[in-house]
Design a protein around this ligand. Structure first.
Ligand SMILES: O=C[C@H](O)[C@H](O)[C@H](O)COP(=O)(O)O
Length: 228
């Protein structure tokens, strides 16, 4: 059974998702393709999106799980390669700071999320207020790695000051593995994002600092706040 704080978070996630739907109704051109992220907050958004499914052309999805949920609602899902424009991408985050830089990948979908985010004109991040942080890094930074490079990459990450832990038993939608990196002291998230990307065998890391969010919708006990 959900505890009252989990219940409160779920209510806030739902409110953020509903506010994102209002944003989409006001800003997505008719019959456009929308980008859809992954996670428990986005699941609320997908359920809300079903109410306007006839007004959108299709969705591009960042994971097999989201694709399945979208299809269950009768929302058409298309391949990103068939899309030249993506006006809006809606996704959650594990942490977000005041500059709208994020940590993502708690659900192992970081690589496809980063690709869809790169294509999108506007990244709308939806979170409950527990995700807002002063400094990124309390949530371990997920790093997607090519399986044969896992130990090498872990050693390189230790040299950068992090403590990598293999998320054993988890294989990403791309057939790769995840290292969750604890204890990074993140003063410059863009620099660390680049350093992690430079390690051979790293596919993506969960720092979304170079390309952060453009709009953040935060739901808290006191209501909805939209930051731009
Ligand atoms: O890989 C998963 C994604 O980055 C999610 O957007 C992130 O983990 C937030 O998920 P949730 O809304 O379930 O907290």
């Amino acid at each position: 059974m959900a505890t009252s704080s989990e219940q409160q978070k779920n209510e806030q996630k739902q409110k953020a998702a509903e506010a994102a739907l209002d944003y989409v109704k006001a800003n997505l051109p008719q019959q456009a393709v929308i980008g859809v992220g992954t996670g428990s907050t986005v699941n609320f958004f997908i359920d809300a999106l079903a109410s306007i499914k006839h007004d959108i052309e299709a969705a591009v999805s960042s994971s097999e799980a989201s694709t399945e949920r979208l299809k269950q609602h009768g929302i058409r899902v298309v391949d990103l390669n068939s899309v030249s424009e993506l006006p809006i991408y809606v996704d959650g985050a594990d942490e977000i700071d005041e500059h709208m830089r994020m940590v993502k990948g708690g659900g192992a979908a970081l690589t496809r999320e980063k690709i869809v985010a790169a294509v999108a004109d506007t990244f709308v991040c939806i979170v409950d207020s527990s995700k807002q942080v002063g400094r990124l890094g309390r949530f371990p930074i997920p790093v997607e790695v090519i399986p044969m490079a896992r130990s090498y990459i872990a050693r390189e990450i230790v040299k950068l000051g992090g403590d990598p832990v293999w998320r054993e038993g988890v294989t990403t939608d791309n057939g790769n593995w995840i290292l969750d990196v604890h204890n990074f002291d993140i003063l410059d998230p863009i620099h660390l994002e680049q350093q992690l990307n430079n390690i051979v065998g790293v596919v993506t890391n969960g720092l979304f600092a170079q390309r952060g969010a453009d709009v953040t919708i935060v739901a808290s006990a006191s209501g909805i706040q939209t930051l731009k």
